[in-house]
Write a protein that binds this ligand. Structure first.
Ligand code: ADP
Length: 254
């Protein structure tokens, strides 16, 4: 801290020395570590029962254990949506603990794009019902140098956002292109779009555009960007308010 003294009536600011404040941050670091560990453990513990609730609901939904009437089916759908939301939040909490502790564990290998996209599209199948999803990809299989699980998580999150922040019956297109050794996967929606002011801030942890129409944590894009950068990939956005957004990831071709 630089301390300056301004004598009354004089305009000159005179520096009279430096003060260095030393503080032992070890207890804070330990507390931080304990907190991160606690969140990771709780999220992990919550995941298993929520997954079993989902499996049970699927049995009811498929009428594997008896017939259900329309009203019952709607109730089941509602609970399933809530279970999906809870799973999304626990997944985000688990991932943010990895990011915050600076310990993103990567398993980089040649990963087929169609498999990761197939997983991400299937994971969003329930919510996507009223959207028209179009996939434009080269006929030959492309693989990228990536952690397949984390990249599939990023794609799932981007597709989920494209659905959540767009309108019923609107189009979402997913395109895969390869150029000069880089594979780009773009997810384009024709939803509400993002204003210039918020285009960079949406990647900040916990940031949500004021008045966001859907519930959320503001963690998905922050984690996605960290996951992409950790594997030497990119994540960028182009958007126009009222017209829609395109989120594009880029990775090295394997
Ligand atoms: P969450 O969706 O849980 O709030 P994200 O980190 O995924 O968290 O997104 C941060 C914010 O960015 C969202 O709250 C939303 O306001 C905005 N956003 C993300 N994706 C889109 C999109 N495809 N279209 C419009 N806004 C979006």
């Amino acid at each position: 801290v630089n301390i300056a003294i301004l004598p009354t009536g004089e305009k000159e600011v005179r520096s009279i020395g430096n003060v260095i404040i030393l503080r032992n941050v070890t207890p804070y670091k330990e507390l931080d570590f304990a907190k991160t560990n606690f969140i990771a453990n709780i999220s992990h513990e919550l995941k298993t029962p929520i997954s079993s609730i989902k499996i049970t609901l699927d049995l009811l939904r498929n009428e594997s254990v008896g017939t259900t009437n329309e009203e019952q089916r709607q109730l089941i759908e509602g609970i399933r949506d809530d279970a999906d939301r809870l799973l999304k939040i626990t997944g985000e909490l688990l991932n943010i603990t990895q990011v915050e502790s600076g310990q993103i564990q990567l398993n980089i290998a040649g990963s087929p794009v169609s498999e990761m996209l197939g997983y991400a599209i299937a994971a969003n199948e329930m919510q996507a019902e009223s959207r028209h999803i179009q996939l434009i990809a080269p006929e030959t299989e492309l693989s990228v140098l990536a952690d397949a699980e984390k990249t599939a998580w990023v794609l799932t999150n981007l597709i989920s956002n494209a659905i959540r922040y767009s309108y019923d019956h609107s189009n979402i297109s997913i395109s895969v292109i390869e150029s000069q050794g880089i594979v780009q996967i773009a997810i384009k929606d024709s939803g509400q779009g993002i204003s210039q002011e918020y285009k960079n801030r949406i990647f900040d942890r916990y940031f949500r555009i004021p008045g966001s129409t859907r519930e959320g944590t503001g963690l998905g894009l922050a984690i996605s960007r960290e996951f992409m950068e950790a594997q030497e990939g990119t994540l960028r956005v182009e958007s126009e308010l009222g017209a829609g957004s395109t989120f594009t990831i880029g990775l090295k071709k394997a």
